[in-house]
Design a protein around this ligand. Structure first.
Ligand SMILES: [Zn+2]
Length: 287
């Protein structure tokens, strides 16, 4: 009754077998205890009641896909609450990576038009768009997660453009700014050093160059701007936490306070400690 008065749709329970199957496929829920998993399930049920899924290009969004996306989208807001996602309703899912036309004007005033192949995109005030093969829980590897990436942008956009600073409690603001700026500048300097170390005969865009970029603590895409740094670092925080904590302990501690979670604490031991190379995967441009 209250739901109807408030215009909310009622949250339906997720089938326990479906929930278990999807949760078991995700390797990065190990830090959650029984109460944490129960809260995550409640968040997902509310999320599924509030959001609308649309399939694009003939994709049919079934319950498996809805729950698979919901669980990854709700993990970052487990303790922040779903109100962080209140500025949009729609989630569009493609059967594969999709193409977005781009138009930029350079410093000389020349207009450049080109197509980007995307695994995901979060539009300011609009939908989150995802490629299902990239969002599929069974296809995840440490350090990369397009759902967490795009929903981190949504957190960031809750107070305007994605600038790497989501709405924060006053007590976290000075520490956020100093820690994020320090880590971002350090990462950009590391990327510059790696690019300078690649021999001239190796094309930096080719797979041959991967051996150099794998020395970096995060995907090079993090150097794009502070908004992308936050989204890529959030992916790492949840899916490759030991590595992030090893390289950027202050950033890790800041995220642990912000997200109210400590993914290293019960993550399986011996997996991707800092300093080892992450699984290599090419990252398509993401919004
Ligand atoms: Zn992005």
């Amino acid at each position: 009754m209250l739901d109807r008065l408030l215009g909310r749709s009622r949250a339906a329970p997720i089938d326990p077998r479906l929930w278990q199957r999807v949760a078991d496929a995700l390797p990065f829920l190990a830090h959650l205890d029984g109460a944490g998993l129960q809260l995550l399930k409640q968040r997902c049920e509310r999320f599924l009641a509030e959001k609308q899924f649309s399939g694009a290009a003939g994709f049919e969004v079934d319950d498996e896909a809805r729950v698979g996306i919901a669980i990854q989208a709700c993990l970052p807001v487990l303790h922040l609450g779903l109100s962080a996602y209140r500025d949009f309703v729609e989630i569009v899912v493609y059967p594969d990576r999709f193409v977005a036309p781009r138009r930029t004007i350079d410093d000389a005033g020349v207009v450049h038009e080109y197509d980007d192949e995307l695994a995901g995109e979060a539009m300011e005030g609009g939908p989150v768009v995802l490629s299902w093969p990239d969002a599929d829980p069974s296809a995840q590897c440490p350090g990369y997660n397009v759902v967490i990436h795009e929903f981190a942008h949504k957190l960031d956009m809750a107070d305007g453009a994605a600038d790497g600073a989501p709405p924060l409690p006053a007590a976290l603001r000075p520490r956020w700014s100093a820690t994020m700026t320090g880590a971002y500048e350090d990462f950009c300097a590391r990327l510059d050093a790696v690019e300078a170390a690649i021999p001239r005969h190796v094309d930096p865009e080719s797979p041959q160059a991967d051996a150099w970029f794998e020395r970096l603590p995060l995907d090079p895409y993090a150097a794009t701007d502070p908004g992308e740094f936050f989204a890529v670092a959030a992916e790492a925080f949840f899916t490759d936490p030991r590595r992030l904590k090893g390289h950027y302990p202050r950033l890790y501690a800041l995220f642990a306070d912000y997200f109210g979670q400590d993914p290293v604490r019960q993550a399986p031991a011996g997996k991707d400690p800092a300093g080892q190379n992450p699984a290599t995967r090419s990252r398509p441009a993401a919004g």
